[in-house]
Design a protein. Structure first.
Length: 125
C-alpha cells in the first residue's frame, strides 16, 4: 500500500470524515481548522492536529499536498493568499470544497501559481 502524507484544511463535517477515513486506511494526515475543538477532536481519530497553517505546512514533507475543504467564497481567497506566502515549487493544493469551478480555474491560471510551479485542482476544473 502506498501511504500518503496530506495536509487537510477545514475539519467540518466533510473534512473531518475525510481525515478520519484516510487515517483508518493508514495514511498520515495533518489537520487544521479555525475551530480548535475540531482540531482536538481529529487528534482523537489519529491525525496530527495543528493550530496554524504554518504549522500544518511545516509538519509535511516537501512536495506537499494540501487539501482544502472549506466553504466557497472569500475564505478560499484568504486561505490561498496565506498559503501562497509559504508554499514552494512542486506543492499541490486541492480545493475539495464547494467552490465554483471558475473560482478554482481563476487561481490555477492567475499567474501566481504557474510562476512558482505550484499546482491547484478543484472540482470540475
Amino acid at each position: 500500500m502506498i501511504v500518503i502524507n496530506i495536509g487537510f484544511i477545514g475539519l467540518g463535517k466533510m473534512g473531518f470524515n475525510f481525515v478520519s477515513n484516510l487515517v483508518k486506511h493508514g495514511h498520515t494526515v495533518v489537520g487544521y481548522d479555525i475551530n480548535e475543538t475540531l482540531v482536538e477532536a481529529i487528534k482523537g481519530e489519529g491525525a496530527q492536529g495543528v493550530s496554524t497553517l504554518q504549522d500544518l505546512y511545516t509538519a509535511l514533507p516537501e512536495k506537499r499536498v494540501l487539501w482544502l475543504m472549506i466553504p466557497a467564497g472569500p475564505l478560499i481567497d484568504i486561505v490561498m493568499e496565506q498559503l501562497l506566502a509559504i508554499m514552494q515549487a512542486g506543492d499541490v493544493v486541492i480545493d475539495g470544497g464547494n467552490s465554483h469551478y471558475k473560482d478554482s480555474l481563476a487561481w490555477r491560471f492567475s499567474g501566481h501559481l504557474g510562476r512558482r510551479r505550484l499546482f491547484v485542482h478543484g472540482p470540475g476544473g
